[in-house]
Design a protein. Structure first.
Length: 271
């Protein structure tokens, strides 16, 4: 059989063969999450209201940095009352909900999260008029929720609940707005419940900070309701506009009922 005839037979066989089945469409949990977390409320395009910054590919899936910025257009009299962070493919997708003090002027929040799989990350801002605005990004990471704790259990317990607060001038527009930044660091293993003890081969029970609240005097600045997606030793940094308050108060609670508190003098707004 000539080479040309062999090629013709091969082409006829390919035409006669059934087409391969279409690859299954990857599961998208977002429609169900939207229904469950936001009760099916309409979500508008939030590109003019907020922004999310995360690495496209995480260097360490257990401590992926995330920054949320509020970008309400000038002249918009509404305020952002809450921000919800959802990591779609995490075992517990609702990573955190941040509630903003009405007069605190919070415009930026940063923290560190665990990412368990390649996933969309959605951020939804709720405004004072009740409207919801959403943006999203995509992150490549794997296994962040099951990475063993960096410290052993004894060392982690020794540092449990230690809170530190840093205050510093906010770069950029701070000279005109008076904005400052603060960073809260809490010593806590924040166990996800998916981490295996390498000695016992048993899973370490979930144990994490599920509530963090910050006040300037008696005025609420920021609250975080967190879950297993927040990284070990929770770290939350935020911008704010000083209101004349003299002292910061911080209170954190975890899933075993521990309450951790701290109080610091508020530094001046000068650069």
């Amino acid at each position: 059989m000539s080479r040309l005839l062999s090629l013709s037979v091969l082409l006829l066989a390919m035409q006669a063969a059934p087409a391969p089945a279409d690859a299954p469409t990857p599961y998208d949990p977002w429609p169900s999450l939207q229904q469950e977390i936001f009760n099916g409320r309409a979500l508008q395009d939030g590109s003019a209201v907020l922004a999310i910054e995360m690495p496209g590919r995480a260097e360490d899936a257990a401590i992926v940095p995330v920054t949320l910025r509020l970008t309400l257009p000038p002249g918009d009299a509404r305020k952002v009352s809450a921000i919800t962070l959802v990591i779609d493919h995490n075992p517990s997708p609702l990573a955190a909900r941040f509630e903003l003090g009405r007069d605190a002027g919070v415009s930026e929040i940063s923290t560190r999260v665990r990412v368990n799989d390649y996933t969309d990350v959605h951020v939804v801002a709720e405004l004072s008029d009740g409207a919801l605005y959403m943006v999203k990004t995509f992150v490549k990471a794997s296994g962040g929720c099951s990475v063993p704790a960096a410290k052993n259990a004894v060392e982690a317990r020794a540092n449990l609940g230690q809170i530190r607060l840093r205050q510093f001038a906010k770069p950029g527009d701070a000279a005109t707005s008076g904005a400052r930044e603060a960073q809260i660091m809490i010593g806590h293993p924040n166990n996800s419940g998916l981490q295996m003890d390498q000695l016992t081969q048993l899973y370490t029970p979930a144990f994490f900070v599920d509530e963090l609240r910050v006040w300037l005097d008696d005025a609420p600045v920021l609250a975080m309701l967190g879950g297993i997606s927040i990284s070990e030793n929770p770290n939350v940094q935020f911008s704010y506009v000083p209101t004349g308050g003299k002292r910061f108060r911080v209170e954190a609670k975890d899933t075993e009922g521990h309450v951790f508190q701290g109080e610091w003098k508020a530094e001046s707004s000068g650069m």
